[in-house]
Ligand binder design. Structure first.
Ligand code: HPA
Length: 320
């Protein structure tokens, strides 16, 4: 194994699925902050993916060659695959875990987003399975939302709890932070990359819409869907929040590509909605979704000129 540079120190060893050892090295001067500076595997390959994909229900893998990292964070552990797709370095996170064992309300959103930040990720393209609240948006359609409504109930919504020290952009932050979701709830650069990619591959996608985040695990009642419709909702899903908020809190660009798997409760009459239906539509469209994501990755500009990287500016509550 090629030795890491002498100013690096092994923080922790990881074991990938095929039992190869992976080590994460951090710069000595960064200790004890444990801000990961580079990843190295047994072949001496350094990974520093700046783009991550988060897969939801039905989308459990993407990369052609990858190693699996179990990353420890102040909020718990997260498992991230790092590797490449069509020669671009990418991280992939399966939010429901191996074998889809983690329900939406039990996902450790904070550990997941913190882990991606720790390995150097600056941009996230997420994917979500959703129900459609609008008759004109049909199962099998793709939607790129531009806003959300949060109707979840019991999740950890922030990194900045006033106690935990957060390492971000080389600084320690312990203050209370009030992050802003304006001027764009989702990253405009990632949205543009997805729209360009869709155009290039001839895939139709609804540009805009309000994602309604519900707690689950049950699907909604028809009355709830009528209420969300009158509030301006377009699509409904269970995992889009707090993921988008936590990414903004760590100044990571975030946007989500939603795949409509069904009409939401009551939209196409009082038919029984099943997870089977959700899984079936997702499976039918997975190939197109992968192609869209893979193409979008290449459309993301190298340097960020969106406001996401400056999300902490003016957001910290300083002690009086
Ligand atoms: N409601 C909530 N979450 C969902 C749905 C839905 O109709 N379809 C896929 N995920």
């Amino acid at each position: 194994m090629k030795s890491p540079p002498s100013n690096h120190q092994v923080r922790r060893s990881f074991s990938s699925l095929d039992n190869r050892e992976i080590s994460v090295h951090v710069l000595r001067e960064e200790l004890p902050k444990y801000k990961v500076k580079a990843l190295i595997n047994l072949e001496g390959v350094w990974f520093m993916p700046k783009i991550a994909i988060i897969g939801g229900s039905g989308f459990y893998s993407l990369l052609e060659n990858f190693d699996v990292l179990n990353i420890e964070t102040p909020f718990g552990e997260s498992m991230v695959e790092v590797g490449s797709i069509e020669n671009v370095e990418v991280a992939f996170l399966n939010r429901h875990g191996k074998g889809h064992k983690i329900p939406p309300f039990k996902i450790n959103y904070r550990a997941n987003i913190y882990a991606l930040s720790a390995i150097g990720v600056e941009r996230i393209i997420a994917t979500n399975a959703v129900g459609s609240i609008r008759p004109e948006i049909k199962p099998g359609d793709f939607v790129l939302p531009d806003d959300f409504l949060d109707l979840t109930k019991r999740r950890d919504y922030t990194f900045y709890d006033g106690e935990t020290e957060i390492f971000i952009q080389g600084k320690a932050v312990r203050e209370v932070v009030h992050i802003s979701m304006t001027p764009s709830t989702y990253c405009p650069e990632i949205r543009d990359a997805v729209l360009t990619a869709a155009k290039n591959i001839g895939l139709s996608i609804h540009d805009g819409g309000v994602y309604v985040a519900t707690e689950g695990n049950r699907f909604e009642t028809p009355a709830e869907i009528r209420a969300y419709s009158s509030l301006g909702g377009t699509i409904v899903g269970m995992t889009g929040v707090p993921e988008a908020v936590l990414a903004r809190e760590l100044c990571i660009c975030y946007s989500t590509v939603c795949l409509v798997t069904n009409y939401a409760a009551g939209i196409s009459g009082l038919v029984k909605l099943t997870h089977e239906e959700v899984a079936k539509t997702y499976a039918e469209k997975l190939k197109e979704l992968r192609r869209l994501i893979t193409t979008a990755i290449k459309e993301i500009p190298k340097d960020r000129s969106c406001p996401c990287k400056d999300a902490l500016r003016g957001a910290l509550v300083e002690s009086p």
